[in-house]
Design a protein around this ligand. Structure first.
Ligand code: BGC
Length: 433
C-alpha cells in the first residue's frame, strides 16, 4: 500500500506540474508516522489550491503566547478556517471551584500537620499556552491566592513559597464552620523537560519528589493544569499520602483513580471537540453550511445541543463546554474515548465521499492528546468518511511536524495542533506556496 500511495503522490504532483521540492519541507511523508487509517478510495482535490483548502486549528489556538491575543490572520486564513477548543475560562473556574468545595467539605481531615494553613502545590503546563494560564488563574482566584497583574490574575510560577513571601501570589483565606484557615501556594513550576517539551508528566513526578522531601507535611492539596502531570504526581507520592490531587482532561486513568483518592478532574468534552474538529472540515468539503451536524441536524441525524459548545463567529472558534468530574459523578466518565452519542451516526458514503485529511498532534506523548483526543478522532473519522493521516510531533519543534507536510497537494483538508501558539505561520506559509 505504501508503494501505491507514493505512486499516487507522484502522479498527482506530475499532473499538477509541481515539483515535490517546491512544496517545502522535503522530509518524509506521513507514511512513517503514527497510527493511520486505510482508505484506498480517497480522493485528493487536485483542482483546489492548498491555500483554499479547509483548515482547522485545534487544542492550541493561534495566539500570542505572551499576551494571549488571538492571531486573527491565522484564524481567518481562508473562508473555511476555524479553531476548535474548549471554553478555557469556564473550565478554569470550574476547576478552582471544585478544589475549593473539596477543601470546605473535607476540612476536618485536610490540614495534615494542623498548622491552620492549607498548603497546595501547583503543576503548570506551559506558561505560554492560554489554557494553562487560565487554569492557573482559576485555581488562584478560587483559593484567594491570586494577585493582580495588568488587570488579570498573575499566572507566573512562584518556584518555592513555603514562607509565603512570593510576589506573584498571596496567602488566601478560607472560612469553614466559623474557623479561618490560611491558604498558601507552597510551590508552583512550569513542567517543561530539558528538551523543551511542556506539560511534561515525568517532570511533574520529579517535582513532587523534590517538594515532598523538603516540605511534604505541609502539602495538603495538589493542583495540576492537566491529568497527565496530576497522575504522575498522584502515583509518585500523593496516592500513598492520601493527599487529593486535582487535574484536568478527564483522561480514563485519572477518572478511574478517583476511586482511589484522586480528587477530581474536568472534562473538556473532548468527545465534542474531536467531532467538531473533523466536522467543520467535512462540511467545508461537502460545500455544506458550517452548522450542519452541529447546531443543525444533518442527514444522518447528528446534532449538538447548545449546552455542550459555543461558537464565537468573530473568533472563528468553536468552544466545547466543560464539566467537573468528582467522586459524585465519575462513573459516567470512565471511558474518555467513547463517541458522543448525539453525533455518533455514520454519514452515507454516497453523499459524503471519502476525503483525505492531514492531521498532526503536537506531541505524540502528550497524555491527553494521545490517550483521549486521538482515539476519539479515530472513531469519528470513520463516521464522517474522512481518511486521516495522523502525524505525531515531538512536542519541541514545529519543523519536526512541518517537515512531514512535504506535499500538501496530496490532501483535501488540514487539521493542525501547533507546538507553540505563536507559530501558525509555519504552517500557513507551506499552504500558501
Ligand atoms: C490539555 C492538556 C494538553 C494540552 C496540549 C490542553 O488542552 O488539557 O492536557 O497537554 O492541551 O496542548
Amino acid at each position: 500500500m505504501k508503494m501505491r500511495k507514493r505512486m499516487m503522490t507522484l502522479t498527482l504532483a506530475a499532473m499538477m506540474g509541481l515539483s515535490l521540492a517546491a512544496c517545502g519541507g522535503g522530509g518524509s511523508t506521513s507514511d512513517d508516522a503514527g497510527a493511520k487509517d486505510s482508505g484506498e478510495s480517497s480522493s485528493a482535490s487536485s483542482d483546489v489550491a492548498n491555500k483554499d483548502k479547509p483548515l482547522v486549528w485545534f487544542n492550541r489556538q493561534p495566539s500570542n503566547s505572551s499576551t494571549g491575543e488571538l492571531d486573527m490572520a491565522a484564524l481567518s486564513f481562508n473562508d473555511n478556517t476555524y479553531y476548535v477548543g474548549f471554553d478555557a475560562n469556564q473550565g478554569a473556574e470550574l476547576q478552582g471551584t471544585m478544589i475549593k468545595e473539596y477543601i470546605e467539605a473535607n476540612i476536618d481531615t485536610l490540614d495534615r500537620n494542623g498548622d491552620g494553613v492549607i498548603g497546595y502545590v501547583l503543576a503548570i503546563g506551559d506558561i505560554g499556552h492560554n489554557d494553562s494560564i487560565a487554569r492557573t488563574r482559576g485555581v488562584r482566584k478560587a483559593l484567594g491566592t491570586g494577585v493582580d497583574k495588568d488587570g488579570e490574575i498573575n499566572s507566573e510560577p512562584v518556584g518555592t513559597n513555603t514562607d509565603g513571601s512570593a510576589k506573584a501570589v498571596q496567602d488566601g483565606e478560607i472560612e469553614v464552620g466559623g474557623k479561618k484557615y490560611v491558604v498558601r501556594e507552597l510551590a508552583s513550576q512550569e513542567m517543561k523537560n530539558s528538551a523543551g517539551a511542556t506539560w511534561d508528566a515525568a517532570t511533574a513526578g520529579n517535582a513532587i519528589g523534590t517538594w515532598s522531601s523538603s516540605f511534604g507535611e505541609e502539602i495538603d492539596v495538589i493542583a495540576s493544569n492537566n491529568d497527565g502531570m496530576g497522575m504522575s504526581m498522584f502515583n509518585a507520592w500523593s496516592k500513598d499520602q492520601k493527599v487529593p490531587t486535582f487535574g484536568y482532561d478527564a483522561n480514563s486513568d485519572a477518572v478511574a483513580a478517583i476511586a482511589e483518592g484522586y480528587g477530581g478532574t474536568i472534562s473538556q468534552h473532548a468527545d465534542v471537540q474531536a467531532y467538531l474538529t473533523l466536522r467543520v472540515l467535512r462540511n467545508a468539503l461537502d460545500g455544506a453550511d458550517v452548522d450542519t451536524g452541529i447546531g443543525t441536524e444533518d442527514d444522518a441525524g447528528n446534532v449538538l445541543s447548545d449546552d455542550v459548545y459555543v461558537y464565537r463567529e468573530e473568533e472563528r472558534s468553536y468552544y466545547a463546554l466543560n464539566v467537573a468530574v468528582t467522586a459524585d459523578n465519575y462513573e459516567d466518565f470512565t471511558d474518555s474515548t467513547k463517541v458522543y452519542e448525539p453525533v455518533s451516526s455514520q454519514l452515507d458514503e454516497g453523499a459524503h465521499a471519502s476525503k483525505k485529511v492531514w492531521l498532526n498532534i503536537y506531541n505524540a506523548s502528550d497524555n491527553f492528546l494521545s490517550s483521549t483526543y486521538q482515539p476519539l478522532l479515530q472513531n469519528y473519522d470513520k463516521l464522517l468518511n474522512l481518511d486521516v493521516d495522523y502525524i505525531g510531533g515531538d512536542g519541541q519543534t514545529e519543523s519536526n511536524i512541518t517537515n512531514r507536510l512535504g506535499n500538501p497537494g496530496e490532501y483535501d483538508a488540514f487539521a493542525i495542533n501547533m507546538v507553540k501558539t505563536d507559530n501558525a505561520a509555519s504552517y500557513t506559509s507551506l499552504l500558501s506556496q
